[in-house]
Design a protein around this ligand. Structure first.
Ligand code: PMP
Length: 422
C-alpha cells in the first residue's frame, strides 16, 4: 500500500474524528513555501500551518536560533528558573505592540491560552465578569475560547454548557447585510436586555476575522467601539493571533487603525512554528493578577522564545511588511482577472497578504460553500494547499509565507487559475 494510504488508515483507527484533517497525505519535509509528502509529491503551502509560517518553513535564522538553544538548555519552567530570552522578547513586544503607555507581556503556549489569560487579566483588573465577543469570531477551542467563538458548528457542538457571562454582538459585514450601525445598535440592546455595561470586563475582537472569513473591522466602527469601552470602563482586547506579525502589511493589524486596545493576544506566526503565545497589555492591567495567577509549565518555552526572537529579526531585515503588501496586491490582481470568467466570485478583499475570495451561487446572494470546496480540492490535486474559512465556509483564504520566492508564487497563481476554471 502507498505510504500515504497506509498512514491514513492507521490515523483513522488511532485518532478521533473530532481532530479533523484536511487531506489524506502526510508531510515528510518542508522548506520555505513548499512541502513534500511521504511519496515525494510537492505542494506549495498556502496554508502555512494556519497563519503560523509568515517567515516560511525552517527559516535558516530560526533553525540556527533553535539549534543554539537546544545546545544550551531546553526547559526549566520559567517560573522555577527564569531565562533572559523571555525577558528580552517581552521587552521587544512591549516596544512594538500598538498600545499606549507602559506595557508588560506574559507568555503562554497556544492562541486559546492567550485568550483565556487576557480574559483572566481583564477580570482581575476590572473586578467585573462580563465578556462580549462577535459573531463569526474565533478565539480557540478551550472552554472560554470556545464560548467566545461566534460559530456553533463544529466548535461548540455538543460541548455545552458554555461559561457564563459571555455575550455576542453581530460582527459588521456589509456584504452580509450587517452594517456598523446594526452592530452598535445590538451592543446597546445587549446593555439593556442582558448585562449592565458596568459589569462588562472586556470586549474582544479580531481586527480582521480569521476563521470567520477575513472581514476587517470597519474603521469608524472601531472608533465607536473604543468610545463605548471608555464610556463604561470596559477593556478592549484585540485578538491578533491570526493577523499578527506582518501578515496584513503591518507588524500588527491594529496599526491600520487609530484605535489602541488595552490588551492584545498573539500566537501563530510569533514563533514561526514553535508553540508560543503572548498577552501584551497596559502594565497596570497586566499586574492585576496575583503572583502565581499567570503562567504554565511550558509557557514561554525557551526553544519557542529563541524562535520568536529570530522571527522578529527576519520581519525587520527582510522587510516582510512591504513584501506582504506587494504579494497581496499581486494576488488580488490575479483574483480580479478571474472574476469575469468565474461568476461565483462575490468579493475579493484583504489587508496586505491576508487576502480572501468569497463565492456565492452565480447571480445570487446565496453562499456557495461547494464551489469553495471544489476550488480547494482542484488546487490540492495540482499541488497547491489552500484553506477555506467563513461562517458559511464559502471563502478561500490565502496565507502563504511572506518569504515565498517569486517563482513559486507565480507557479501558485497559475495553479489557482487552473483550479478556479476546472
Ligand atoms: N484567536 C484567533 C484569532 C485564531 O485565529 C486562533 C486560531 N485559529 C485562536 C485564537 C486559537 O489559537 P490556537 O489554535 O493556537 O489555540
Amino acid at each position: 500500500m502507498p505510504k500515504n494510504a497506509a498512514l491514513h488508515a492507521r490515523r483513522l483507527a488511532a485518532t478521533p474524528r473530532g481532530v479533523g484533517v484536511l487531506g489524506d497525505f502526510f508531510v515528510e519535509r518542508a522548506e520555505n513555501a513548499v512541502l513534500w509528502d511521504m511519496e515525494g509529491c510537492r505542494f506549495i503551502d498556502f496554508a502555512a500551518g494556519i497563519a503560523v509560517l509568515n517567515t516560511g518553513h525552517r527559516h535558516p535564522k530560526l533553525v540556527a536560533a533553535v539549534k543554539a538553544q537546544l545546545d544550551a538548555f531546553t526547559h526549566t519552567c520559567y517560573q522555577v528558573v527564569p531565562y533572559e530570552g523571555y525577558v528580552q522578547l517581552a521587552e521587544k513586544l512591549n516596544q512594538i505592540v500598538p498600545i499606549d503607555g507602559p506595557k508588560k507581556t506574559a507568555f503562554f503556549s497556544t492562541g486559546a491560552e492567550a485568550v483565556e489569560n487576557a480574559v483572566k487579566i481583564a477580570r482581575a483588573a476590572t473586578g467585573r465578569s462580563g465578556i462580549i465577543a462577535f459573531s463569526g469570531g474565533f478565539h480557540g477551542r478551550t472552554m472560554m475560547g470556545m464560548a467566545l467563538t461566534g460559530k456553533v458548528n463544529p466548535y461548540k457542538l455538543n460541548f455545552g454548557p458554555m461559561p457564563a457571562d459571555v455575550f455576542h454582538a453581530p460582527f459588521p459585514v456589509d456584504l452580509h447585510g450587517v452594517s456598523s450601525a446594526d452592530s452598535l445598535k445590538h451592543l446597546h440592546m445587549l446593555f439593556k436586555a442582558d448585562i449592565d455595561p458596568k459589569r462588562v470586563a472586556a470586549i474582544i475582537i479580531e481586527p480582521v476575522q480569521g476563521e470567520g472569513g477575513f472581514y476587517s473591522v470597519p474603521k469608524p466602527f472601531f472608533t465607536e467601539l473604543r468610545k463605548l469601552c471608555d464610556e463604561h470602563g470596559i477593556l478592549l482586547i484585540a485578538d491578533e493571533v491570526q493577523t499578527g506579525f506582518a501578515r496584513t502589511g503591518k507588524t500588527f493589524a491594529m496599526e491600520h487603525y487609530d484605535v489602541k486596545p488595552d490588551l492584545m493576544t498573539m500566537a501563530k506566526s510569533l514563533a514561526g512554528g514553535f508553540p508560543l503565545s503572548a498577552v501584551t497589555g497596559r502594565a497596570d492591567l497586566m499586574d492585576a493578577p496575583s503572583p502565581g495567577g499567570l503562567g504554565g509549565t511550558y509557557a514561554g518555552s525557551p526553544l519557542a522564545i529563541a524562535a520568536a526572537l529570530a522571527v522578529l529579526d527576519v520581519i525587520e531585515t527582510e522587510q516582510l511588511n512591504a513584501r506582504a503588501e506587494r504579494l497581496g496586491a499581486a494576488l488580488k490582481e490575479k483574483l480580479a482577472s478571474l472574476k469575469p470568467v468565474v461568476p461565483q466570485i462575490a468579493d475579493i478583499r484583504g489587508l496586505g497578504f491576508m487576502v480572501a475570495v468569497e463565492f456565492n451561487k452565480p447571480g445570487s446572494d446565496e453562499p456557495d460553500a461547494d464551489f469553495a470546496k471544489k476550488v480547494q480540492t482542484e488546487a490540492i490535486k495540482r499541488g497547491l494547499i489552500l484553506l477555506t474559512c467563513g461562517v458559511y465556509s464559502n471563502v478561500i483564504r490565502f496565507l502563504a509565507p511572506l518569504t515565498i520566492d517569486d517563482a513559486t508564487f507565480a507557479e501558485a497563481l497559475d495553479i489557482l487559475d487552473a483550479a478556479m476554471k476546472a
